[in-house]
Write a protein that binds this ligand. Structure first.
Ligand code: NI
Length: 188
């Protein structure tokens, strides 16, 4: 069991694009185990390798709740292959302790990746479930994108960050998401 230090918002490497994994070696398997250990200790539902200072395309999630059995899933070299719909909801991140804000996400996603044994799999998550949102959140980390970049209201996000002694919104990193904005308008 190895619990790693989680990098906080403001650390430049969180903004880097991570590299593909070329071989699912024992080193990668250890990395994945360390990521699960770190995620569970911190009561997270997801963790991406760059958050512990490793800029490789790997993330882990477990969205099980209450008395459900644990459901750890590891994603190596993931790629979102389908996305549709829109959902707005509160999100947080282990790199932003206790800071939550409303963000825009796709409601439905399909993702392909390699599992921790190097075998390819496809996973579908629909209806804006925690799983669907978590997949997008963690996948973003691999491209240096953070949840606040999807903010519905950047001024509100700024207030939240300030309250938790985190650096302000990086305006240049805010995403232009006309497709999601349009879908939100049509929903109203
Ligand atoms: Ni995160």
């Amino acid at each position: 069991m190895a619990v790693k230090k989680i990098l906080k918002y403001g650390t430049p490497s969180l903004r880097e694009k991570s590299k593909e994994v070329h071989k699912v070696s024992s080193k990668i398997k250890t990395l994945i185990q360390d990521m699960f250990d770190t995620m569970y200790v911190n009561n997270g539902v997801g963790l991406a390798a760059p958050q512990i200072g490793i800029n490789l395309r790997v993330f882990v999630i477990d969205v099980s709740t209450g008395d459900e059995p644990l459901n750890p899933i590891a994603f190596i070299n993931p790629k979102i292959i389908k996305k549709s719909g829109v959902v707005v909801s509160q999100e947080g991140c282990l790199s932003f302790p206790e800071a939550y804000t409303d963000v825009k996400r796709y409601k439905n996603v399909m993702i392909k990746a390699l599992d921790r044994n190097g075998r390819p799999f496809v996973l579908e998550a629909n209806d804006g479930t925690l799983l669907a949102r978590c997949i997008q959140h963690e996948n973003d980390h691999l491209d240096g994108i953070l949840f606040i970049d999807h903010s519905v209201n950047r001024f509100e996000t700024d207030e939240v960050l300030k309250k938790h002694d985190l650096p302000p919104v990086e305006v240049n990193n805010l995403l232009d998401e006309p497709e999601l904005d349009e879908a939100i308008r049509n929903d109203e």
